[in-house]
Design a protein around this ligand. Structure first.
Ligand code: HEM
Length: 147
């Protein structure tokens, strides 16, 4: 169970209230697929991921990036019980999709990097620390059903 200060909760709420899902989601997932090419193996149904341009231009990648980013809403709505919020998605990723949980950290780092590039100086070190704490809690919850 993760404890949040009032300031941390306010910071997370603020980030998500301005979050451009349709921009950040596709950019974060495509960056993950380009920088860590072994993550492509889970997306064989998405068609051409042959090079960076193909990944960035792939409509299925873009659509899924938005879906993944909206997956963070579950944690936002249940910050005091993040594990419960991700029970189903954790089972899906472990039992059905067999995604290696190390990859969660890679994708979450890409989300942080893309958000930082978008927010510029507004993305202070404190904001980053809080956002990474939130993503860390989500990733840990997503990893719970792995045994
Ligand atoms: C599906 C969220 C990380 C691979 C999904 C779905 C969501 C989601 C919401 C859709 C579930 C549904 O349709 O019911 C997340 C979140 C992640 C994360 C919040 C962490 C930030 C990853 C990673 C990989 C991955 C790191 C692999 C490298 C997949 C795959 C699917 C999926 C292959 C199914 C895609 C399809 O064929 O439609 N994820 N995911 N996920 N995720 Fe994740």
């Amino acid at each position: 169970m993760v404890n949040w200060t009032k300031t941390e909760k306010a910071t997370i709420t603020d980030i998500f209230s301005h979050l451009d899902y349709d921009d950040i989601g596709p950019k974060a997932l495509s960056r993950c697929l380009i920088v860590y090419p072994w993550t492509q193996r889970y997306f064989s149904g998405f068609g051409n991921l042959y090079n960076a341009a193909a990944i960035i231009g792939n409509a299925k990648v873009a659509e899924h990036g938005i879906k993944v980013l909206h997956g963070l809403d579950l944690g936002l709505k249940k910050m005091d019980n993040i594990e419960a919020a991700y029970a189903d998605l954790s089972s899906l990723h472990s039992e059905k999709l067999h995604v290696d949980p190390d990859n969660f950290k890679l994708l979450s780092d890409c989300i942080t990097i893309v958000l930082a590039a978008k927010l510029g100086s507004a993305f202070t070190a404190e904001t980053q620390a809080t956002f990474q704490k939130f993503l860390g809690a989500v990733m840990s919850a997503l990893g719970k059903q792995y045994h």
